[in-house]
Write a protein that binds this ligand. Structure first.
Ligand SMILES: [Zn+2]
Length: 425
């Protein structure tokens, strides 16, 4: 029996949009899993792909044939098995020579456009400060930067699709940025605007879900079992995934942890006492996760301590250059992020929690502080060294996020409607 029609299944209209997605996922699971196995293990023999995916050798041959016909994989020059004894096993690998995807990420103060190959490697990126906060104008301006980037860096490869990632609430099914409070955006039809401006298929998602998907595809393999990804930048939010599938929620609101109370008002906590006290939050309270650890809060706290910097990036550069005041600010941030991480670990008990935060990605003392805070506060996590890891994409997080939205869609549905690819039967 089709599980979707099983008696007793909820038919909440809010969930109806999931049904075609589930049906598509089932129909295409075969080719998608073969493509994923080739990404993981290529160059790899078809017989090994059959073993890895549990599919029959004949159906793997069929799926590989379709991927070859689309130019997404190629037969490797390298061969295995004894020469001269019948037909050699010709391994297959992802073809990175024909196609790219484009990515776009919208941050609070700037945007990044990027090109990524089919193995998730960044080919080029371009970051620019916002010149407008009008959503339509900003998206059209973003789109206008792509042809120049492609002409300079694509090396003759064709761009298959554009992925857009941003913070807060994004609905990938509707193609909408539902709400981005710091930009003042609500219900922005980003997919339609970008598709009209670029002529490309466009996929949109939250940057946290995009980065969690990037980990599953080409980063930390344990995220495929279950994961929480905590993003700490100008925006603070999170993503949850289990059995490889992202949990979005009926309002696209899963992972809205910006206003998680940290309890920084009390004596003896990192936010208390002589270092400036708890930050007031946009929500009217004090001591929320985002108001304590966001980039803006970091710059403001640095200024309050006499360390005047022009931007968060400059503060990070100072910390990387071992300026003790800057390092102390990042270590405080790491401890506060550790508190939130401990709560999320207890709530969800994921296989691994990924932290996207440049201090813990690049300063060993920060990662140690974060893990120590988790060890002290979490009730379920007994091995923070294994269970809490920095992102695999430190230094290229924003360029990765946008591209990962498009590549995630391609690896889920390689036989789907990708206009730049040859049709398959
Ligand atoms: Zn708040």
């Amino acid at each position: 029996m089709n599980s979707l029609s099983a008696p007793g299944r909820r038919t909440d209209p809010l969930r109806r949009s999931d049904l075609p997605v589930a049906a598509t996922a089932r129909r295409l699971a075969g080719t998608g899993s073969v493509f994923g196995a080739i990404l993981d293990h290529g160059p790899v023999a078809r017989s090994t792909v059959a073993r890895l995916t549990g599919l029959s050798p004949a159906s793997v041959t069929g799926h590989v044939g379709q991927l070859l016909a689309r130019g997404l994989v190629r037969e490797s020059a390298e061969t295995s098995g004894p020469r001269g004894l019948g037909r050699p096993h010709i391994p297959v690998e992802v073809d990175t020579g024909r196609y790219l995807v484009a990515g776009a990420h919208i941050a609070v103060a700037h945007s990044t456009v990027s090109l990524m190959d089919l193995r998730g490697r960044i080919v080029a990126e371009d970051r620019q400060p916002h010149r407008t906060k009008d959503p339509h104008r900003m998206l059209v301006e973003l789109a206008s930067r792509l042809p120049r980037l492609t002409a300079a860096h694509a090396g003759g490869r064709t761009v298959l699709a554009l992925g857009l990632a941003t913070g807060h609430r994004v609905d990938p099914v509707a193609g909408m940025i539902v709400e981005h409070p710091q930009l003042g955006w609500r219900d922005v039809p980003a997919r339609d605007i970008l598709a009209a401006a670029t002529g490309l298929p466009v996929h949109v998602d939250s940057h946290s879900r995009a980065l969690a998907r990037a980990e599953q595809l080409f980063g930390e393999e344990s995220t495929r079992t279950s994961t929480v990804l905590l993003f700490v930048g100008a925006v603070v939010d999170a993503a949850f995934a289990t059995e490889g599938a992202m949990h979005r929620g009926p309002r696209s609101g899963a992972g809205s942890v910006a206003h998680l109370p940290l309890g920084t008002g009390g004596t003896g906590s990192p936010g208390a006492g002589g270092d400036g006290g708890a930050e007031p939050c946009s929500c009217g309270r004090t001591g929320c996760l985002q108001s304590e650890v966001s980039e803006r809060a970091m710059v403001r706290r640095a200024a309050a301590q006499g360390l005047v910097v022009g931007s968060f990036r400059e503060l990070l550069d100072r910390a990387l250059a071992a300026d003790p005041r800057a390092v102390a600010l990042f270590r405080r941030r790491a401890r506060l992020v550790g508190r939130a991480a401990a709560l999320l670990l207890d709530m969800f008990d994921p296989e691994v929690l990924v932290v996207v935060e440049p201090g813990s990605g690049r300063i060993p003392a920060c990662l140690a502080d974060l893990r120590a805070e988790v060890a002290e506060r979490s009730w379920v996590c007994e091995d923070p060294e294994r269970a809490v890891v920095p992102t695999s994409f430190t230094g290229s997080v924003l360029a990765t996020a946008g591209g990962a939205v498009a590549l995630g869609a391609l690896y889920t549905d390689p036989l789907g409607p990708w206009p730049a690819l040859p049709a398959v039967s």
